[in-house]
Design a protein around this ligand. Structure first.
Ligand code: IFM
Length: 445
């Protein structure tokens, strides 16, 4: 059984959430609408028509949620700030009531000895900016710089760990290329352009954070997948390389100074992004760490079907979670080792890792054995990454509590704490109790 003592002493241990998924209070205290408010209010876009209300009503219950974090023995908490709570139309005058919420949240964390890890962007773009083109418009990059300045100027005395973006692939691909997520645009060129603007906004905001925050530690979080070929022909290997290009190298290569991968650019042809002179150097700004959200691997082989880009995603025999995601803990080790050796990442944090299961509450208890096991296996994989020399320095469980799972609404649960969305009662699941004990340092067997 994995134990905390299997990790270095200064390893960072936490759990993560995001603003739109938990806060609720979408119209309270002057918060402006975000693209997810608009998207969720559009019939057919989310399961059951679910919206950001009630979320976990965290905006009103943050104090007891902070107590819960303490009870779980968390030492760090990764959360995101809602841009439109602080700048309701994305730019201009600060909404002091919205900013006040984040000040109280940060102060509450520090009072309890929990280190805040702040993510500036977890997909909830102010709708006012989307009306001007959203991430397809270069000006949104400059709006993000202004937002970064406001947040780092106001919270930088207390928050030292900053993440610019969460999962740019989701922002660009799911949001603008295929439209499964807000704002629901389905256009290849727009998706690719959005990815470039998100990366550029990261590059331009890092120096702003450094300017405003003494001793800042700054990074970006990517969702990465090992991509394995499900067959042994050279065409299958090419299929794996192609998906690795679009999902991993498209983001990693420019961040680490290599520009966009040529094989992916060749496939994109006329859909390649418009890049202004100097953009690539800005994107390659030095960071202190890379955040990795790890859930599963991609298993692919060549297909003759050109409509699907000659790629077929294959289901292996391995077990899957209730979102039909393959359970492949070795992939976490593989990614961390790759980032250390291929990209010379200085430090890596697993900023999300978790599993979706349909929990049942029996006699007030949620015995989520499968999620507990998933967590244990991924802690083992993290320890193995450290053993193999990867610069892995921390782990955040996704998620602190059940929440709004985007297009799946409230139907899919990832929390280590159960939330009854009717009553807002929180119940620590067996997985949460396991993590609590692990963090306490109890020897588990
Ligand atoms: O809930 C999401 C989170 O917002 C981003 N990473 C993946 C999680 C599970 O789908």
């Amino acid at each position: 059984m994995i134990n905390r003592t299997d990790f270095p002493k200064n390893f960072v241990w936490g759990a993560a959430t995001s603003s739109f998924q938990i806060e609720g209070a979408t119209t309270t205290d002057g918060r402006g609408p975000s693209i997810w408010d608009t998207f969720a209010a559009t019939p057919g876009k989310t399961h059951n028509g679910d919206t950001g209300e009630p979320g976990c009503d965290h905006y009103n219950r943050y104090n007891s949620d902070l107590d819960l974090m303490k009870e779980l023995n968390l030492e760090a908490y990764r959360f995101s700030t809602a841009w439109s709570r602080v700048l309701p139309t994305g730019r201009g005058q600060v909404n002091e009531k919205g900013m006040g919420f984040y000040e109280r949240l940060v102060d509450g964390l520090l009072t309890r000895g929990i280190t805040p890890w702040l993510t500036l962007y977890h997909w909830d773009l102010p709708q006012a900016l989307e009306d001007l083109g959203g991430w397809t418009a270069r000006d949104t990059v400059h709006a993000f710089e202004e937002y970064t300045h406001v947040m780092s100027d106001r919270l930088g005395d207390r928050v030292k760990h900053w993440i610019t973006h969460n999962e740019p692939w989701c922002t660009a691909y799911l949001g603008y290329q295929v439209g499964h997520f807000a704002p629901g645009v389905a256009d290849l060129k727009k998706g690719i352009q959005a990815s470039h603007h998100v990366l550029l906004s990261h590059g331009l905001s890092v120096p702003i954070i450094r300017e405003n925050v003494k001793d800042a530690s700054v990074g970006i979080t990517l969702n990465l997948w090992p991509v394995h070929a499900a067959g042994d022909t050279s065409e299958d290997q090419m299929a794996a390389k192609r998906i690795d290009g679009f999902s991993n190298r498209w983001y990693l290569d420019p961040l680490y100074g290599r520009g966009y991968p040529q094989d992916t650019l060749d496939i994109l042809g006329e859909h390649a992004p418009d890049i202004a002179s100097g953009d690539l150097a800005k994107i390659a700004v030095q960071t202190d760490f890379i955040g990795v959200n790890y859930y599963m691997r991609h298993f692919v082989r060549h297909s003759d079907n050109a409509d699907r880009g000659h790629i077929e995603f294959v289901k292996s025999d391995l077990e899957r979670t209730d979102l039909d995601w393959e359970i492949y803990p070795e992939g976490l080790t593989e990614l961390a080792v790759r980032l250390g050796s291929d990209y010379q990442a200085k430090a890596i944090y697993i900023t999300e890792n978790g599993s979706c299961y349909d929990d049942t509450m029996i006699d007030g208890q949620v015995n989520d054995e499968k999620r507990r096991k998933y967590l244990e296996l991924h802690l083992e994989a993290s320890s193995e990454a450290v053993r193999q020399g990867a610069p892995l320095q921390g782990y955040f469980a996704w998620s602190l509590m059940d929440n709004f799972e985007w297009a799946e609404g409230y139907s899919k649960r990832f929390g280590i704490v159960h939330v009854d969305f009717e009553t807002q009662v929180r119940t620590i699941k067996s997985s949460g109790k396991f993590y609590q004990q692990f963090l306490k340092g109890d020897v588990l067997d």
